[in-house]
Design a protein around this ligand. Structure first.
Ligand code: 5AD
Ligand code: FES
Length: 353
């Protein structure tokens, strides 16, 4: 194992130059394996063999933003738009609950039809019907007041990937109407409001360098999010990045190990994007430090329409099929799915501000 990796295991407080050096070891088998082993050791220490499941409900693919990498960006006129009604969302939850899900993730584009009031009403309905479940939102940037309203309505967690912590790179991936500063402000607001917060980024997105990744990891170290979502960039045919190469699976796996060591208690999903690029991607993710999977609970007829990137997996399966499939995959690598909320460590009952 390279010297810098040994040092990282002892103390993750390393300089930017050292981060870049560490990230540069992604091709060194001894280092990759050594860090994965340490990541798995830490993961077992906190979570044993448990893998948490989150039921993902993709409830709208309308979006007011135009992120250059994303298939549901506003500018994509080929996207076939849909939004679920409150009752349909509740149907997904009912099915999920019966299957044992105790976390529902409401994910969508930044769809203005879902005003604060409409969102709050949906959250309240889920909260009342399923008091024992966690509600996670993944609906992009909103004001602190909106986030407060959702929290009061019963939301527990919020996923908002920062996408890249490097200003220039952020500008490569997004139009000038969007800014990294706003994204960071949202993450801080969410944390202040007592949400369990998830940040994250794509691996191998166009223009990403080791310097960018070093900044991503330094940002995570500072923010200390409860959850981190990373997955390889996958080109979407209707975007300006259609011809760009996809991110690498091995680099994603290496980063999962580094993140587990950096934030020992973090909730770290083996993502759908990882499973899309490699048929064994999610299993490999679990074997290097990930401890969460997020099967799809969206209605099958809408799955293909939530088209962030090409060839997304699990778009034809019913929720129950997906769950059985995942349970088997998880077991094959020595872990097991659990039907628990799976809150972040140290979260008892956060006061609702
Ligand atoms: N490839 C991989 N991941 C993507 N996302 C959006 N578009 C793509 C793509 N082309 C990710 C973003 C977003 C999350 C919901 O999906 O990181 O935050
Ligand atoms: Fe969805 Fe395998 S996890 S079909």
């Amino acid at each position: 194992m390279k010297e810098i990796a040994k040092r990282y295991i002892k103390d993750t407080d390393i300089t930017k130059e050292e981060w870049i050096e560490l990230l540069g070891c992604a091709e060194d088998p001894d280092t990759v394996q050594g860090l994965a082993k340490e990541a798995v050791r830490i993961r077992k220490q906190y979570y044993g063999e448990k893998v948490y499941v989150r039921g993902l409900i993709e409830f709208t693919n309308y979006c007011k933003n135009d992120c250059y990498y994303c298939g549901i960006r506003r500018g994509n006129l080929h996207a076939c738009r849909y939004r679920l009604r409150k009752e349909e969302i509740l149907d997904c939850c009912r099915e999920g609950y019966q299957l044992g899900f105790r976390t529902f993730v409401l994910q969508g584009g930044e769809d203005r039809w879902f005003t604060d009031e409409r969102m709050a009403e949906i959250i309240r309905a889920i909260r009342e019907t399923y008091p024992d479940c966690a509600i996670t939102l993944s609906i992009g940037e909103r004001s602190k007041e909106s986030y407060r309203l959702f929290r009061q309505a019963g939301a527990d967690r919020y996923l908002l990937r920062h996408e890249t912590a490097n200003e220039r790179h952020y500008g490569t991936l997004h139009p000038s109407s969007m800014s990294l500063a706003v994204r960071k402000q949202c993450l801080h607001d969410l944390r202040e409001l007592g949400y369990q917060v998830g940040a994250g980024f794509m691996v191998g997105s166009p223009g990403q360098t080791l310097n960018c990744l070093a900044e991503d990891l330094m940002f995570l170290k500072e923010l200390k999010p409860h959850m981190v979502g990373i997955g390889p960039f996958i080109p979407h045919h209707d975007t300006i990045f259609a011809k760009e190469p996809a991110g690498s699976v091995s680099m994603t796996l290496y980063l999962l190990s580094l993140i587990r060591i950096l934030l020992p208690q973090v909730l770290l999903p083996a993502t759908t994007a990882l499973g899309t690029l490699d048929p064994k991607g999610r299993e490999k993710g679990l074997s290097v430090g990930a401890n969460v999977v997020m099967p799809n609970l969206s209605p099958v007829q809408n799955r293909k329409q939530y088209d962030l990137y090409d060839n997304k997996i699990c778009t034809g399966e019913e929720a129950a099929e997906c769950l059985v499939c995942l349970a088997q995959r998880v077991q094959r690598v020595g872990y097991h799915l659990v039907h628990e909320r799976g809150d972040a460590y140290g979260i008892e009952k956060e006061p609702i501000l």
